[in-house]
Write a protein that binds this ligand. Structure first.
Ligand SMILES: *[C@@H]1O[C@H](CO)[C@@H](O)[C@H](O)[C@H]1NC(C)=O
Ligand SMILES: *[C@@H]1O[C@H](CO)[C@@H](O)[C@H](O)[C@H]1NC(C)=O
Length: 456
């Protein structure tokens, strides 16, 4: 059989004969070439270990098992290597401008492929996993015109990984249990007309809002988003006196009852841990889980900053703290405007969203999901909102910090449609007050005092 790759090599080697043999079955070329020799196969290249075939010479020596084997006799494999089939003597596989030798393995994106016999031909046979970066999604989004308000791109950290690895190791928030979803949202009282069209917590509280973290290959968004929101609220509510980056590793490793560490966690349990026990700061218990290894909890539940041997707070005159950083009860916010009001008054909030395969490839713009496929839950930190001006009507968005490092998306952040519960992002929004140790600052939101039955 004359398939493509045989043709290309054949043209080079047997130039004058292609016209004669074209259209003939490849099995025509099989013959007792190596078998016909007295001494059968030669261990090394010897000029006398050859047989004329179709006007050139074919070799019956072990040099045939090497990179460039286009002059092997067709029965070399059978006679010399005892294989009960004959791969094409010029049997190499061709993919994307490159040749692969027989038996050679190559990884194409997230799939391992091997150049092997497939019926009468030699072909590159691949695993069939769905990859985290599927080039079709990128081109569908980027050539989709007006139906897409965002752009997609390839990420080298995601290339070569399977979609199921992305879902289990880049997300990591367990869907809220029914009892938790029944938690009634708070209804703050305020003037809706006073909400601005755009808001960015980083501008209102300059220098007090955390940057973007990177969870690495660990399904720990539940822990990272919780401590990030808590850190922001410590800084905001202490007016900078307790600006602290709280330890995600502490929560991840030590909040282990009913939680699944790098395989995901429940947000209500995370907030409850921060309320009952608290955590230390990041330098005292740094994040190491992203490299796929999670050590066991190394701090007992009733520790304090001294027994944990953490550095003391940086404002010892105004902040009297030896105990861990704890949060007040967490509460839920139920509508677009209530979420906006909460962010503007008290700082960033935590949201849970459903992640579809195309989200991993988000590069810029206002995200909305396209297409379906396997999905998982992920928690993130909403830090503001705005409106994207387009040629059509403006698109309202949330401004959100992800936890995939600053190389992803818009410097680690993304924007997503607001007011339409895109990817369920407005369904389960949580916040809490920080238990700051600065005397002059209020410790409870006014709306919380009479609604304590609604908190976790
Ligand atoms: C070619 O030789 C290598 C080592 O010399 C061996 O591992 C490999 O299996 C051989 N290939 C075939 C198809 O026999
Ligand atoms: C994606 O990026 C990786 C690593 O940078 C690269 O090897 C691969 O060819 C890229 N894929 C596409 C479809 O651009």
């Amino acid at each position: 059989m004359w398939n493509g790759q045989w043709m290309i090599v054949a043209v080079a080697v047997l130039l004058s004969l292609t016209a004669v043999t074209e259209g003939r079955d490849f099995s025509d070329l099989q013959g007792p070439y190596c078998a016909g020799r007295q001494s059968r196969c030669c261990p090394d290249r010897r000029d006398d270990c050859s047989v004329p075939i179709l006007g050139t010479r074919c070799y019956c020596d072990d040099f045939c098992n090497r990179t460039n084997n286009e002059d092997c006799c067709p029965d070399y494999w059978k006679v010399c290597l005892g294989m009960d089939w004959n791969p094409a003597p010029l049997g190499r596989c061709y993919y994307n401008g490159q040749y692969y030798n027989f038996n050679e393995a190559v990884k194409i994106n997230c799939n391992l492929c091997k150049c092997q016999q497939a019926g009468t031909r030699v072909e590159l046979l691949c695993e069939q996993n769905v990859c985290l970066v599927e080039p079709e999604i990128i081109s569908r989004v980027n050539t989709g015109g007006y139906s897409f308000s965002w752009r997609a791109s390839n990420y080298s950290t995601f290339w070569g990984r399977r979609l199921d690895e992305g879902i289990s190791l880049r997300l990591g928030t367990l869907q809220p249990q029914k009892a938790v979803m029944r938690m009634r949202p708070l209804t703050p009282v305020y003037d809706h007309r006073r909400l601005p069209r755009s808001f960015d917590a980083r501008n209102k509280w300059h220098g007090l809002i955390e940057g973007v973290r990177d969870q690495g290959w660990c399904g720990s968004s539940w822990a990272l988003s919780t401590v990030s929101v808590a850190s922001d609220r410590f800084a905001v509510m202490s007016q900078g006196l307790e600006k602290v980056q709280l330890s995600a590793q502490h929560l991840l490793a030590c909040n282990n009852r009913g939680q699944r560490a790098c395989e995901g966690g429940h947000l209500d349990r995370a907030w409850l841990f921060l309320r009952k026990f608290g955590v230390v700061d990041e330098p005292c218990y740094p994040y190491t889980a992203g490299y796929g290894f999670l050590e066991r909890c190394r701090l007992p539940k009733r520790s304090n900053l001294l027994t944990a041997r953490c550095k003391p707070p940086s404002h010892p005159q105004t902040v009297l703290r030896t105990d861990l950083y704890r949060m007040g009860p967490s509460y839920r916010l139920g509508s677009e405007q209530d979420i906006m009001y909460e962010i503007m008054e008290s700082g960033p909030v935590q949201a849970t969203m459903k992640v579809y395969p195309d989200f991993f490839l988000y590069r810029s713009g206002v995200y909305h999901h396209s297409g379906n496929g396997p999905s998982g839950y992920h928690s993130v930190r909403i830090i503001g909102w705005g409106e994207e001006v387009t040629q059509r009507e403006p698109i309202k968005f949330w401004l959100v910090a992800n936890s995939w490092g600053s190389q992803w998306g818009e410097n680690g952040y993304f924007r997503i449609r607001r007011g339409v519960n895109e990817c369920e992002i407005e369904d389960f929004v949580l916040a809490a007050w920080a238990d700051t140790h600065v005397q002059s600052v209020p410790t409870r939101p006014p709306t919380l005092n009479n609604q304590l039955s609604n908190v976790i």
